[in-house]
Design a protein around this ligand. Structure first.
Ligand code: FAD
Length: 563
């Protein structure tokens, strides 16, 4: 059975678990009625099932290639991209003023989930454009907005993000690309960027690079970084692609997976660029794009997990070893836990998106703080479970999982990078315990209070499950208090397990909501029991590790590690 977009599942979550209704009740998003949501998800689902999913294998078997300095996409990708653009799917959350649909980010996240499960390599292209649109919307001059936004929103042109250089990965502040003012409002951008996703392709007429670079007298570190729009073709007087800019693709990376997405080494040689935002404020502007992309990458993990789960479920019913393998307890365990993880991660990502929309529509800082808190959790947990579910998917297939033609291995290889790009999951966890706790944990405690209150109220309906969720939230609250009293080095040493514990508690919270909405005897309640009884207890081990701090790690010297 081919991939089927989980439209009904997302509808259920948006109706019952992380309601979209409050978003649709705002003036800004009044158009996001139930009918609109249904129509959007159904249409997007059809595109994913019929157009994108059949391309997934092409990308893996016939990677994008560099030919005479131009990237040629995998077979069918150009037509697939055109179908995405023509359907208006590049930017459903983009402003109507520039041709977007102006719908909530939550719907964009839901559509990205469907698309990621269908064909991750191709989906990465519009994902980057969406982030660029948001960055331009908030930081660019009116002139740049008017020239670029309509073309990006329609999908005629695509966007990239250019941060990474050989010496500047997680430490973006180490970047060396230079931007010299030319005196006419433009800049000459010179430097090398590596790992640039969709840095070139034949699927769009122009490629708009957002490049981080330094002005000649810039301060060292991130404070000295500015942001520039550097198009592949400089727009002519009519706004159409004109002369070629001084930039080129030097080579494409040979990767473990995600072969359909060209990952480019880019050389900018005095390329003409226009500043976006203010001098020295490039990181702040780029962060708009990165925050958008962080949630979107978390959703990539969830989409892949969905695809891997569907494939494993089908195989487990067909494969007979004594009995259909789905009848064996260990296979049943794997499938049940895979499904439970996908639901939990999807609910967290959608909760983050709803908080973003509510923040925008109401101007209420509490919503914005919630979105900021949930972003690193959604990114790291979504991609962690993407990897875990894909790995379990291989295991369910037994030896056939290791054989490429089943496709189980492709999910596993493709999803691996999602825990690395857009800030590694380690960096996400440090963001959670560092910047996102600068409010003394206010946003975290507010969320945990809601989890506890709901769990208390659920005691009459599902006493066992509710009690476990309440106890886990209470322990996480105490652990958060301990964390806030720690120095940064100790916090960072425990950041990854702390984030995982947080995600476990939130996952249990949303499972409990689903169980209550569907009824104590429902399949939802049984799935919630799988999560809460079998997976939630991992929070305790994670918090034990988080509380340990850094000392024990450094007690083991580099020499000890090398012995
Ligand atoms: C397929 C692919 C596509 C990509 N697409 C893009 C793109 O479109 N645009 C773009 O600009 N970049 C892109 N990247 C780059 C990506 O964002 C970086 O690889 C990532 O940010 C990590 O940087 P790095 O590879 O230099 O690893 P490093 O920064 O060297 O990290 C190595 C390890 O050290 C850890 N580490 C580093 N610093 C710290 C710290 N301060 N504290 C704790 N741990 C730390 C990391 O978590 C990691 O585990 C892409 C990468 C890949 C592989």
């Amino acid at each position: 059975m081919p991939y089927r977009s989980p439209v009904a599942e997302i509808r259920f979550i948006l109706d019952q678990v992380v309601p979209l209704a409050p978003v649709a009740a705002t003036e800004m998003f009044a158009e996001a009625t139930g009918d609109t949501v249904e129509a959007i998800l159904t249409e997007a689902g059809r595109l994913c099932d019929e157009v994108m999913a059949p391309l997934n294998r092409n990308g893996d078997l016939t990677p994008a290639r560099l030919e005479n300095g131009v990237v040629r996409s995998s077979p069918g990708f150009k037509e697939g991209y055109q179908a995405i653009a023509e359907g208006g799917w590049v930017a459903i959350a983009a402003p109507q003023e520039f041709g977007g649909m102006g719908l909530p980010q939550t719907l964009c996240v839901a559509v990205n989930d469907l698309m990621s499960g269908a064909c991750l390599s191709l989906q990465l292209n519009p994902l980057l454009t969406q982030g660029q649109i948001e960055a331009l919307e908030h930081h660019a001059s009116d002139e740049i907005k008017e020239l670029y936004l309509p073309k990006l929103i329609s999908g005629e042109w695509s966007g990239t993000m250019n941060l990474t250089e050989p010496q500047a990965g997680s430490d973006v502040g180490a970047l060396r690309t230079k931007a010299e003012p030319l005196g006419d409002g433009t800049y000459a951008v010179t430097g090398q960027k590596i790992f640039i996703s969709w840095g070139d392709s034949d699927v769009t007429a122009n490629i708009c690079h957002l490049v981080l670079a330094r002005l000649p007298d810039a301060a060292p570190g991130t404070k000295g970084i500015s942001l520039f729009m550097v198009p592949k073709f400089i727009p002519d007087a009519n706004g159409n692609p004109g002369v070629a800019n001084s930039l080129k693709v030097v080579s494409l990376e040979h990767k473990m997976g995600l072969h359909g997405s060209p990952t480019c080494v880019m050389a900018f040689d005095g390329a003409t660029g226009w500043m976006v935002g203010e001098p020295g404020k490039g990181m702040a502007a780029m962060f708009t794009m990165m925050n958008n992309a962080r949630l979107a990458v978390g959703v990539q993990g969830i989409g892949i997990a969905e695809g891997a789960y569907q494939k494993a479920l089908e195989y487990a019913q067909e494969r007979v070893q004594f009995a259909p393998i789905i009848e064996h307890a260990d296979v049943r365990r794997m499938l049940a836990e895979m499904k439970a993880e996908v639901f939990a991660a999807r609910s967290i990502a959608l909760a983050c998106a709803v908080a973003l929309d509510m923040g925008r529509a109401t101007g209420n800082d509490d919503w914005a703080a919630r979105a900021a808190l949930l972003t690193p959790i959604a990114k790291a947990y979504g991609t962690d479970i993407g990897m875990w579910v894909a790995e379990q998917g291989v295991q369910v297939h037994g030896g056939m999982g290791f054989i490429e033609e089943t496709g189980a291995a492709q999910f596993y290889r493709d999803v691996r990078v999602t825990a690395i790009y857009e800030g590694t999951n380690g960096i996400q966890a440090m963001d959670l315990v560092g910047r996102k706790m600068m409010d003394q944990g206010r946003a975290a405690f507010r969320l945990l209070q809601e989890v506890e209150d709901e769990a208390k109220a659920a005691r009459t309906v599902l006493p066992d499950l509710a009690e476990d969720v309440w106890a886990a939230a209470e322990t996480l609250r105490e652990a958060t208090e301990v964390l806030l009293a720690q120095g940064m080095q100790d916090r960072f040493a425990g950041a990854v397990p702390y984030l995982r514990a947080f995600a476990r508690v939130l996952g249990a919270h949303y499972h409990l909501r689903a169980a209550i909405a569907a009824g104590a005897d429902s399949a939802r309640a049984k799935l919630a029991a799988v999560y809460i009884r079998r997976l939630l207890p991992q929070y305790a081990a994670a918090l034990a590790e988080a509380r340990e701090g850094a000392e024990g790690l450094y007690a083991l010297s580099v020499e000890d590690l090398s012995a």
